[in-house]
Design a protein around this ligand. Sequence first.
Ligand SMILES: Cc1cc2nc3c(=O)[nH]c(=O)nc-3n(C[C@H](O)[C@H](O)[C@H](O)COP(=O)(O)OP(=O)(O)OC[C@H]3O[C@@H](n4cnc5c(N)ncnc54)[C@H](O)[C@@H]3O)c2cc1C
Length: 445
Amino acid sequence: MKKLAKGKAVLYWMQQSQRAEFNPALETAVARANALRLPVHVGFALTAYPGANRRHYRFMLEGLRETERRLAARGIGFCIRQGPPEEVVPALAKNAALLVGDVGYLRVQRQWRETVAQRVACPAVFVEGDVVVPVAEVSDHAEFAARTIRPKIHRRLAEHLKPIRPVSVAVPAVGLAKRSLALDDVEAVCRRIGADDSVPAAAGPGGGRAAAIRLLDRFIGHRLADYAEDGGDPVRDGCSGMSPYLHFGQISPLEIALRVGKSDAPRNAVDAYLEQLIVRRELSMNAAWYNPGYDRYDTLPAWALRTLDRHRKDPREFVYSRAQWEAGATHDPCWNAAQAEMVRTGRMHNTMRMYWGKKILEWSRSPEEAFETATYLNDKYELDGRDANGYAGVAWCFGRHDRPWAERPVFGMVRYMNANGLRRKFDVQAYLERWLGPDAAGRLV
Ligand SMILES: Cc1cc2nc3c(=O)[nH]c(=O)nc-3n(C[C@H](O)[C@H](O)[C@H](O)COP(=O)(O)OP(=O)(O)OC[C@H]3O[C@@H](n4cnc5c(N)ncnc54)[C@H](O)[C@@H]3O)c2cc1C
């Protein structure tokens, strides 16, 4: 452990938890800075994140612009610079007594933290804040399924379901940070960093805490009570819409869980929501943490690999190329509508995501190609893509976190889904009309 340096400030390197509230890494930095009678500075490295395009940068920068204001109101400095964290953070930490960081579960995030910790002269501590129960506290291995991780999470839930109180800043940071990018015009920042602009900005609510809280208030006030019944219906849209905000750390899962837990919604609705927000989401974090190949086909469970391999030569009724998938040009209006929703809004309802992924498996040349196509499209268009949850979601379509089902062509024993299943759940015609227009009437296959 490096010795506490004689620095001029404590630096919080913000990466995963891009917020000024309910952020344990930030509060740790403030408490440690207070003890040293030093100010806190937050540093952010605006890097070329693998696979990110203008849609993602814009959403993230909208959030960071707001975070900068909220930090300033607490007397905390903020500096955002263009460049990879391995270069930007050690430069910002040159005069720091201590570096505090947050925790990310993906390979690139872990690699950044390792390199940064090696390159700074001061000690570095990392504080986990984007799950309710810290991943290593829950389990020491990749869990098999929701049913195996659920009791482990529930055992520890009460001790973690507590608010994080903001620590008052003893020594406010003064003046503007040197060479910080101005965030007033996020489009200009996107141009400056050369963000890939092949994907237009997403239609729908923008990024940032205020937008997240507005959606959450509306969800708790009007939809939560019916979540157990309507949560699976893409037309009624009974979900919270929190995933892009969670992905960029613009809101904390703990804050959402506490707000939902305190609501007067019926117990079954609250439980159904917390099952998704905590158990299912944290199963994905567990999968990424303990399985570094989380986004690779060959890390699927052995039974799934075996059965998909046995059926790889089965004739496919349709076979689409990546370009056809991307253009939403399949024979299936349900699939095309889901793709249209994602391309336009950067969002897709969970029920449609499952169907969407299953059909890519069914109508691709090979399961490997299907896996790559689904990951590519999800990461490119979804605002919440490039997330442990996305990699687990795609892998689920191919058997991860699931069990073998009755054997059938192409899928083998991997769970199958069809459009009749959708019709039983919701008004498919209304969904098609929403995303494909009124002409979609009567085009159901
Ligand atoms: C093929 C496929 C791809 C997916 N890609 C992503 C992705 O890139 N990013 C992502 O965050 N989620 C992904 N999911 C999981 C899920 O579809 C989304 O988290 C959910 O639709 C987000 O909408 P919401 O916030 O309104 O959810 P709500 O129903 O309001 O749920 C609240 C929160 O619980 C968590 N949650 C909900 N459903 C799931 C689930 N099935 N698995 C894990 N966590 C869940 C999310 O964090 C969500 O924000 C994917 C699922 C599949 C099948």
